[in-house]
Design a protein around this ligand. Structure first.
Ligand code: GDP
Length: 451
């Protein structure tokens, strides 16, 4: 760790004013900062009550708790100091000013503490992502999953896979490099390919469970249907806030409106799509195009129809083949002549009779949605892929392993080695720990070449 590295500091707690503010300092001058501001460096990792003074004038700024975390056993791996002061604007400004006046100290950039933790090997990339997810988590399910990721759910697995690939690669490389040596066994490639095959299956299983990605973004539920059916009214009722413009004029909801809900503790993103219909107006056509694209990508479509006029003509359901599950909502039952319309469930779809305006039937719909979300997310506990980046890295790893296995038919050890190397690199990219030197380490550790 270079000692000329800037020392960074920042307010790490939430927006002031607050009862307490946490100011963190990280880098080679962290101990100097403590000496200047509180006149000493407390015992490591023990909270100490201290008077914080402005080093320029000696004026007392506040009384604080100070904690000293010497590196490398700190969160970032570098020397760190933490001051817990009273969370007023002026107190915070005075402490930050005093820190800024110390040579070699500057305000941290966004994410810079975590970046240092990564650079110093305290967190891998997937753990950095887990930390970001934990801070952003809105539902218990998101929180649980983010915490597991922060604790190495995918990172440890990827690292274990990478090590296994490197071991397989070491076997193949040994076969290539030392094939004329008497003490290197003939069949090193067979066990390497067997290991690659096993790994390919494990990675395939991890990729098959894609619901972890939805846990971050939320289950996507699109509200669609003809204009004036009551989609925006329903969205408002579900969101219990005025997110969409409710208007009696068809075609006013041009853009796709998103509302994030916590349904039975699971994240759900509700989309209000523009009234899907033919239109000559280019702006409206664009709205229709976007609406259709979002509907197609949704997990569940709530197709709203005006149930008062026709008794809910199912012919109004969309003509384009929607791949998502579709529920039909017969809205405006408060106006229906036939007040007996009931919820129903057939093999292909569920139908709910509701009134978005009065709220009739909406509780049953919400229960249905909550059950759907719960069922959908029940598979996420075992899912390790939570981001497109993970998916891409694992897909590329799997593709490289497939190619390595395919080359075994041709018997080309160089090509097998090449593909195993690229599989290891993909996994290294996933965790941010690409290091080819360790391939050599494994060769020398596992084989007594000795000459
Ligand atoms: P959208 O075009 O599908 O988004 O439809 P809106 O939500 O803008 O609703 C169109 C009109 O129908 C508005 O005047 C709403 O107040 C009315 N409306 C929506 N739902 C109901 C309902 O359940 N009952 C009645 N009586 N009117 C409704």
């Amino acid at each position: 760790m270079q000692s000329d590295r800037p020392t960074i500091f920042a307010l790490s707690s939430g927006r002031p004013p607050a009862a307490v503010a946490v100011i963190r300092v990280c880098g080679p001058k962290a101990s100097v900062a403590l000496e200047r501001l509180i006149g000493r460096v407390p015992q490591p990792r023990q909270a100490a009550l201290a008077r914080v003074r402005d080093p320029a004038w000696g004026e007392a700024i506040d009384e604080a708790l100070a904690i000293w975390f010497p590196g490398p056993r700190s969160e970032t791996g570098e020397d760190m100091a933490e001051l817990q002061v009273h969370g007023g604007h002026a107190v915070i400004a005075a402490v930050l000013d005093a820190l800024g006046a110390i040579e070699g100290c500057r305000l941290a950039e966004p994410g810079e503490f975590t970046r240092r933790a990564f650079e110093n090997g305290r967190l891998d990339l997937t753990e950095v992502e887990g930390l970001a997810d934990l801070v952003a988590a809105e539902t218990p399910a998101q929180r649980r999953h983010a915490f597991r990721q922060l604790k190495g759910l995918i990172g440890d697995r990827a690292e274990a896979w990478r090590k296994q690939i490197i071991e397989a690669l070491a076997l193949v490389e040994a076969r290539i490099d030392f094939s004329d040596e008497a003490d290197v066994p003939e069949d090193l490639v067979g066990p390497a390919l067997y290991a690659a095959q096993q790994l390919r299956c494990e990675i395939g299983e991890a990729l098959a469970n894609s619901r972890g990605e939805r846990l971050r973004e939320g289950l996507v539920v699109a509200i669609a249907g003809p204009p004036n059916a009551g989609k925006s009214t329903l969205l408002n009722r579900l969101a219990r806030r005025e997110a969409a413009i409710v208007s009696p004029d068809p075609g006013t909801t041009r853009d796709v409106i998103e509302v994030h809900l916590n349904l039975a503790d699971y994240p759900v993103t509700l989309l209000d799509t523009a009234g899907i219909r033919e239109s000559g107006d280019p702006v409206e056509q664009e709205g229709v195009r976007r609406a259709l694209a979002r509907v197609e990508g949704a997990d569940l479509v709530l197709w709203v129809i005006d149930g008062s006029a026709t008794g809910g003509a199912v012919s109004e359901t969309p003509e384009n083949p929607i791949k998502s599950e579709l529920w039909v909502l017969r809205n405006k039952i408060d106006l229906a002549v036939d007040k007996l319309c009931k919820n129903s469930e057939s093999r292909s779809t569920k139908t709910f009779a509701i009134s978005a305006a009065t709220g009739d039937g909406v509780d049953a719909l919400v229960s249905g949605l909550a059950a759907y979300a719960q069922e959908y997310f029940s598979a996420t506990e075992s899912s390790i892929v939570t981001r497109a980046r993970h998916r891409k890295a694992l897909e590329e790893t799997a593709a490289a392993l497939d190619r390595a296995l395919a080359y075994s038919a041709v018997g080309s050890e160089e090509l097998i080695a090449e593909e195993l190397r690229s599989a290891a690199t993909m996994l290294g990219r996933l965790t941010g720990r690409v290091d080819v030197e360790d391939i050599l380490d494994v060769i020398f550790r596992d084989f007594c070449i000795g000459k």
